[in-house]
Design a protein around this ligand. Structure first.
Ligand code: ZN
Ligand code: FE
Length: 263
């Protein structure tokens, strides 16, 4: 097997934190490393580490919002893990040992990660991509069937970030994110893309999962490209529904995001 193309085996655990945040841990058996993504609350992370028998080595942060860093101090103090996050939030997140900007590559837990700048929701937002593990954590940028609200950036910036993820992440990438918002996203998505059979089918699946209190994440880029209106601004069916046949992709995305804001 060509080592450069080798897939790094990882074990992934996802669990609920706070009301609708996710906790995510990635363990790399080959190195013994374990990486946490954001820390909404330290307690569920410590409990999951204990259950799995994993020792936390790294914490990667996506952005500065309180529901992503609230438990960071406590988790770092309890584990001694190394914290890496966005350089743009150097002054906001006191616990960081190292910072990254768009395009940087780092090693965490023995796994190579690319830091993809994906601003819009916040300006500092980093999506973490481990190509060898077919894994990405997109924070509050890309959600299943959705995207984060545009707070600090603008609509064109958020569209560029979504489009960047669509272009960079291979279809089989397992995508984790900050929140379980998929049911509300699915109910909205069918209003702007009513004739999409793959979306209708997925919306049913999502309803069923949430009825049983099961998570709808991870997703894959392949599924998102087929069903998320927030990635499908170029789709003729969506454009027809919105009456925006001649608009730019960024304009169509902005209209979809605005409609979701008041849905
Ligand atoms: Zn956020
Ligand atoms: Fe959040």
């Amino acid at each position: 097997m060509a080592m450069s193309e080798a897939t790094k085996q990882v074990e992934i655990r996802q669990f609920p934190c706070l009301d609708d945040n996710f906790g995510v841990l990635v363990h790399v058996p080959a190195t013994g490393g374990t990486i946490a993504f954001d820390v909404p609350d330290a307690e569920p992370y410590l409990a999951e580490l204990e259950r799995a028998g994993w020792t936390l080595t790294d914490i990667l942060i996506t952005h500065h919002h309180w529901d992503h860093v609230q438990g960071l101090g406590a988790l770092k103090a309890a584990t001694g893990a190394r914290v890496t996050g966005p350089a743009l939030s150097r002054d906001k997140i006191a616990e960081m040992d190292a910072v990254v900007a768009d395009g940087d590559t780092i090693t965490a837990g023995g796994l190579a990660f690319q830091a993809l700048g994906t601003p819009g929701h916040t300006l500092d937002q980093i999506s973490w991509w481990a190509p060898e593990a077919h894994f990405a954590h997109t924070g509050d940028t890309l959600f299943a069937l959705g995207c984060g609200r545009v707070f600090e950036g603008d609509m064109a910036m958020m569209w560029a970030s979504m489009d960047k993820l669509a272009r960079l992440l291979p279809g089989d990438t397992r995508i984790y994110c900050g929140h379980e918002y998929t049911l509300a996203n699915a109910r909205f998505a069918v209003t702007v893309d009513p004739d999409n059979a793959a979306l209708a089918k997925r919306a049913k699946t999502v309803e069923g999962l949430r009825e049983r209190n099961q998570p709808t994440l991870p997703t894959t880029m392949e599924d998102e490209l087929a069903t998320s209106p927030f990635l499908r601004a170029g789709d003729p069916g969506i454009r027809k529904t919105l009456g925006m046949m001649d608009a730019s992709d960024a304009e169509v995305f902005a209209e979809i995001r605005r409609r979701k804001d008041s849905f």
